[in-house]
Design a protein around this ligand. Structure first.
Ligand SMILES: [Mn+2]
Length: 464
């Protein structure tokens, strides 16, 4: 037989049988049967009819009985409808592959409804603030604590200090003793935050540790002790340690126990959720004061670059609204933490911009700050916070690196930035660092020329 004719007949038979089952066979047992495929043999004497039905073994048996009973009727009506010379014998075969396919379709549809196939970005956009839930072990750890030290990362920014100050105040309200321990030479943007005057500096930490006998440590805006710089050794003596952080965890080193959630744009977002779960000694919720809200808002504002960075999503504004509602002077926080420079800082900016070099036809920018510049200007490295964003704001620049010379000659702290789908996390990871796709960091060793050339090449290779 002509194979094309057979194929056409198979198709026609399938359609006719399906229609007959639907319209003519009154037996309810076959009501949900699907005819998936028909295969005529060579001489068209036999037609295999592949069918399936939704349901369990039971439905399948009942349907099969119904089909067998209707076989004679189906055979004669189909033969007549299609004008066939001989009536093919119908053999019903259950089609398990289709059943599995249908099951899979169902599962896929359900997963899609649950948002399983949404992009991470889309999921983040739909996330509500109160879906960020602090882990119970962290809350238990804080509830059991009596004397808590809260420590931000070295070179703390408003998010790190804001998180620490807000958490300290909330823990005090919950009946604990809480001390924020940070570093000398804080960046100018954090010194006016409420409660900053009570911060103990790292050079006093050793003595205070002996006197204070703190029982619990919380590191904020970082998740490993080595990010606390000179305090690492001392903090290692705490038996109970927790972290609250929103930075990506690198594959190499496990974080301290606690809460690392990179969906949050700032650590202050997470601290806000922790404060919301704290109870005072009477079991009443700890109330968010305007001072706590101001500190949290400072972190939120700065880590989103004034709500301009990609990490700004709807729940960012939800938190901003809740904090502003408490009476935060938002313009004042912006003026004292974000749009503020020391004269020494502006002198540093003049020098650092002088080092700006472009690579890869203007798509990569590199700039640096040296210890000599600090001596000349009287500035501190913290004054250079945000300089890399100036390089990133240049038309055409997609990846940028900002190098800060460390005390020891030939050692550099590197901040990397990316936009338009670029990924600097992989570059940082290659040199043992970490961070996010858009912002990452690592340490490098070498002369400034070597290090700039190396980074320019690595970033060019990482261009999207
Ligand atoms: Mn942060």
């Amino acid at each position: 037989m002509d194979p094309y004719r057979t194929a056409r007949l198979n198709q026609s038979l399938r359609e006719v049988l399906a229609e007959l089952l639907q319209a003519e066979v009154k037996d309810p047992r076959v009501g949900f049967v699907t005819i998936n495929k028909v295969e005529l043999n060579k001489d068209h004497s036999v037609a295999k009819v592949f069918w399936s039905v939704l349901g369990e073994e039971e439905e399948r048996k009942t349907s099969f009985c119904g089909l067998k009973k209707a076989a004679g009727f189906l055979q004669s009506r189909a033969t007549r409808t299609l004008g066939l010379r001989q009536a093919p014998q119908l053999r019903f075969e259950f089609d398990a592959t289709v059943e599995r396919g249908l099951e899979l379709d169902g599962v896929l549809a359900e997963l899609a409804q649950q948002g399983e196939f949404r992009s991470p970005r889309d999921k983040l956009r739909r996330l509500c603030l109160d879906e960020l839930l602090p882990p119970p072990d962290l809350l238990e750890g804080l509830a059991r604590a009596e004397r808590v030290w809260i420590v931000p990362h070295v070179n703390p920014d408003p998010d790190a200090i804001g998180s620490a100050l807000a958490l300290a105040e909330a823990l005090e309200a919950a009946g604990k003793e809480a001390t924020v321990v940070a570093y000398p030479d804080p960046p100018i943007g954090v010194v006016d935050l409420p409660g900053f005057e009570a911060v103990v500096t790292s050079d006093e930490a050793e003595a205070l540790f002996a006197e204070d006998e703190p029982d619990t440590l919380v590191i904020v805006d970082c998740h490993r002790l080595d990010r606390t710089g000179p305090l690492e050794g001392l903090l290692g003596r705490f038996a109970r340690r927790w972290c609250i952080d929103h930075h990506l965890v690198s594959q190499r080193k496990a974080p301290e126990p606690g809460w690392v959630d990179e969906r949050a744009c700032s650590s202050c977002t997470l601290v806000h959720q922790v404060i919301g779960a704290l109870r005072d000694e009477d079991g009443d919720p700890v109330e968010l004061t305007v001072e706590m809200a101001t500190n949290l808002y400072a972190g939120l504002l700065n880590d989103t670059g004034g709500f301009r960075f990609e990490n700004t999503v709807p729940f960012t504004f939800e938190l901003a609204r809740r904090l502003a509602e408490k009476g935060v002077d938002t313009a004042q926080v912006a003026a004292t933490t974000l749009h503020r420079n020391r004269p020494e800082g502006v002198a540093m900016l003049q020098r650092v911009l002088g080092t700006l070099s472009y690579h890869a036809r203007g798509r990569v920018a590199v700039l640096y700050a040296t210890q000599a510049m600090l001596t000349e200007t009287g500035g501190v490295m913290a004054d250079t916070e945000g300089f890399v964003n100036i390089a990133m704001s240049v038309d055409g620049v997609r990846l940028a690196a900002f190098l800060k010379q460390k005390q020891d000659d030939g050692l550099w702290r590197v901040s990397l930035r990316a936009r338009d789908g670029g990924d600097v996390q992989q570059v940082a990871a290659r040199f043992g660092g970490g961070g996010h796709r858009q912002a990452a960091g690592c340490d490098l060793e070498g002369s400034i020329d070597e290090v700039v050339a190396l980074l320019a090449a690595e970033l060019e290779a990482a261009l999207p």
